[in-house]
Design a protein around this ligand. Structure first.
Ligand SMILES: O=C(O)C(=O)CO
Length: 289
């Protein structure tokens, strides 16, 4: 990959030939990444690009102006650091989507697993981690909320000590995660109130929430103080976020910015076309001026 030093060396030694100003800008853009508008902090979920090695993917992201590759655990963080990227929402703790804080029998194991990762996150300079409610398995919404709150409140003192926000993902329980409990924004907001700590927030996944409840912009406006992170995805199908699907992402991004949100928006769609071209397009769609 071209780097700034070799580009400059080529200029200095004349091996690049006679360079115009636009050649220099183009070389800089290649090395430093494109200039984005800066209103949205861009991230991407690596699992949607499974076949691309992380090393290659990280370099491509850097060139697109994406600052973070996420849903990665400690083993992948050094690769991100090598390319000057952060991990806006790490994983590496918990017991998966279906087994979460709504089951009191799992609390000891879950608390231990999160307390083990907090110091690693702090050392890496990361300030968030993902968590899940678990499936309902016949439990009422209220019992599940109370159980989650009991487990999460045990975690909050060490989350506060290590400066880590534990972020629970809102997922659809219709198409992708049948029986998942944290599937409505109001339920998640109620849980935030019960937990009662700024170190517990929601991941508002725009794709999942469009499937469950729609009214995306109104819900973002109503519940933004509980939201610590956003994911994207086209509806229906969870593919590209362009005009092939029903959501108008620039308006959603504008609404997010208007709430004063300073966190990250991560692309989380499964590309149907050239994956990197689609990712770049997704970033451009969300990069409102
Ligand atoms: O597994 C999923 O569907 C997710 O959205 C994870 O972020």
């Amino acid at each position: 990959m071209a780097n700034r030093r070799s580009a400059l060396k080529n200029i200095a030694t004349g091996t690049a030939g006679v360079l115009s100003l636009s050649d220099v800008f183009a070389a800089n853009k290649k090395v430093l990444g494109p200039k984005l508008n800066g209103k949205i902090n861009h991230s991407v979920c690596k699992w949607c690009y499974g076949k691309i090695p992380l090393d290659t993917f990280a370099q491509e992201c850097k060139q697109m102006g994406i600052a973070s590759v996420e849903l990665l655990g400690p083993e992948d963080w050094p690769t991100l650091k090598k390319y000057g990227l952060t991990c806006a929402l790490p994983n590496g703790a918990g017991m998966g989507i279906e087994k979460g804080f709504n089951d009191p029998a799992l609390h000891d194991e879950l608390v231990k697993s999160y307390e083990d990762i907090f110091p690693k996150l702090k050392e890496a300079g990361y300030t968030t981690v993902i968590c899940f409610s678990g499936n309902r398995r016949g439990m009422s919404d209220y019992d599940g909320m109370r159980n989650c709150a009991v487990g999460l409140r045990r975690l909050m003192p060490s989350a506060e000590k290590y400066g880590v926000t534990v972020i629970m993902e809102l997922l659809n329980s219709k198409v992708n995660h049948k029986d998942y409990m944290c599937d409505h924004t109001a339920w998640g907001a109620g849980l935030c109130e019960m937990v009662g700590s700024e170190k517990f927030k929601l991941l508002y996944d725009i794709y999942h929430m469009q499937i469950m409840e729609g009214d995306v912009i109104a819900n973002i406006r109503q519940y933004h103080k509980y939201i610590g992170h956003y994911h994207t995805g086209g509806v229906p199908g969870r593919n590209e976020i362009d005009e092939s699907q029903e959501l108008y992402y620039p308006a959603i991004m504008k609404a997010i910015v208007e709430t004063g949100f300073k966190g990250f928006v991560a692309q989380e769609f499964i590309p149907k076309r050239d994956p990197l071209a689609s990712l770049k397009q997704g970033v451009q769609i969300c990069d409102i001026a």
